[in-house]
Design a protein around this ligand. Structure first.
Ligand code: NOJ
Ligand code: CA
Length: 494
């Protein structure tokens, strides 16, 4: 199989409003991303994924798109996208955008002018529930006197993927951005898109609630993904499709790679995202994924995003040593790692007082979306979401060789140097309870100790290439690796 940049590379997710502000209005923007390309190159990332940058009434902060081929004025212009793509290329960084095909904003002109692009019913036809709020997935449009489908907020009407003209529109949208040099898309709710044509009730599982097998997860979704994949592969270099294929059932999730490797290039492994940061749980999830992945399919590992929040808080309770263990894991599992801005600082969830909450979801996702702390005073002027804790910030960590940002940078650089870490096979090794060790390829062993006492991992030999504690690098290991609590290491065979 041809090696593609995203199989070897490291992705980095940018929430544009919170990354960097170039004009001092408190809202991060494309100019801010351009200004920070030097930092991203220094860190060593290969591609950035930007959450939606399009015009949007921001009911769901960009995930309610009112124009798919334009840029929200607060974030910049189309020219800024072009500048970002070409400047990023100079730093050897590719740019991925977010495609939101399941729904548009109700302010998209289509909602009035092209009603056939949406899903209508004279009465509420089934038991489908909206993901935001706790109501039916159907709302009355007073102007038409009919109900429309919205799997998310009422302001996010679902598009009707049974309509071939809508499919054509989206192919045009994909081409519009690919032609501008965008390297690919993260596809929002890639598991939903099309709904059951007969609008059948979702089954109710006692104790668990609705199983969304008719409102989402329809087999015809795969057909749409196949079309996009062939469109993306028609470009040179071919464009990458990274899906938010949200399924926690491994057998269902792997289907999004396609029976003939002809759908998504990459899919976020949400099974890992939702596992506890516990050696037993993590290694079980990884083993299940490894066993189920079809030949050549490549997972995408992440621990944080704008929905689930930050790994340093979720997985590690704020503990920086554990956060480094999580980074070590994400960057050395077989697949593509995707860091969320701030992961490299072990950034924790921000504090957003109730009167500053802007998210439409409950509980609010704002703590995972607060501004990037660039300096000790933040580097922001009255940001759109509060930035209170700046103790972990870029400036201080860049100046300190033992910091987490340097650890992340050195880890990425090591991954670049050692082919085993990027593409070597994954073999789990025996490890005591609370620890997890695996070999990549012939020569690299990664070991994590997530418990509170020292552990010994037998059968490891070579020299220590990197530790989360930064204290034993270069040390020779003969047959047994001893690991302090909450620590991890990479040992490379001689
Ligand atoms: C998934 C996105 O990641 C999330 O932020 C959004 O609210 C929903 N899709 C709806 O678009
Ligand atoms: Ca701005």
């Amino acid at each position: 199989m041809t090696k593609r940049w995203w199989r070897d590379g490291v992705l980095y997710q940018i929430y544009p409003r919170s990354f960097a502000d170039s004009n001092g209005d408190g809202i991060g923007d494309l100019g801010g991303v351009i200004d920070r390309l030097e930092y991203l190159e220094w860190l060593g990332v290969d591609g950035i994924w930007l959450n939606p940058i399009h015009p949007s009434p921001n009911v769901d902060w960009g995930y309610d798109v009112s124009d798919y081929t334009a840029v929200h004025p607060e974030l910049g212009t189309l020219e800024d996208v072009d500048r970002l793509v070409s400047e990023a290329e100079r730093h050897e960084i590719r740019v991925l955008l977010d495609l939101v095909p399941n729904h548009s904003s109700d302010r998209h002109p289509w909602f009035r002018e092209r009603p056939e692009f949406y899903v209508w019913s004279d009465k509420i036809p089934n038991n489908w529930r909206s993901i935001f709020g706790d109501g039916p997935a159907w709302s009355l449009d007073p102007e038409r006197g009919r109900y429309y489908l919205h799997n998310f907020a009422p302001e996010q009407p679902d598009l009707d993927w049974w309509n071939p003209e809508l499919r054509n529109e989206f192919e045009r949208i994909l081409r519009f951005w690919f032609d501008r040099g965008v390297a690919g898309f993260r596809i929002d709710v890639a598991h939903a898109l099309i709904h059951d044509r007969d609008l059948r009730d979702d089954p109710i599982i006692p104790g668990l609630g609705l199983r969304r097998v008719y409102s989402m997860h329809r087999p015809e979704t795969h057909e749409i993904l196949r079309t996009w994949r062939s469109l993306a592969d028609g470009y040179d270099p071919s464009r990458v499709l990274l899906g938010e294929a949200y399924s926690l059932e491994v057998d269902d999730w792997v289907r999004y790679y396609g029976e003939n490797a002809d759908e998504l290039d990459l899919a976020f492994a949400f099974m890992l995202v939702h596992a506890d940061f516990d050696a037993e749980q993590m290694r079980t999830v990884v083993a299940e994924i490894q066993a189920a992945l079809p030949e050549g399919a490549w997972p995408c590992w992440t621990g944080s995003n704008h929905d689930v929040g930050r790994l340093a808080t979720r997985w590690c309770g704020g503990d920086e040593s554990l956060a480094r263990c999580a980074l070590l894991m994400l960057l050395t599992l077989p697949g593509t790692p995707c860091l969320y801005y701030g992961d490299e600082l072990a950034l924790t969830a921000g504090h957003v007082p109730p009167e500053r909450v802007l998210d439409c979801a409950t509980p609010s996702r704002d703590p995972g979306r607060t501004p990037m702390p660039w300096t000790r005073d933040g580097g922001w002027d009255r940001p759109w979401l509060p930035l209170e804790d700046t103790s972990r910030n870029v400036e201080d960590q860049r100046a300190e060789a033992s910091s987490t940002v340097h650890f992340t940078r050195d880890l990425i650089a090591l991954r670049r140097r050692l082919a085993d870490l990027r593409s070597g096979t994954y073999t789990e090794l025996a490890a005591p309870e609370g620890a997890w060790a695996w070999r990549r390829g012939e020569n690299a062993v990664i070991a994590l100790n997530l418990r509170e006492n020292r552990v010994e991992i037998e059968g490891v030999a070579g020299s220590i290439a990197l530790t989360t504690t930064r204290d034993r690098e270069g040390e020779q290991v003969v047959d047994r690796l001893s690991l302090a609590p909450r620590a991890g290491a990479i040992v490379v065979g001689d």
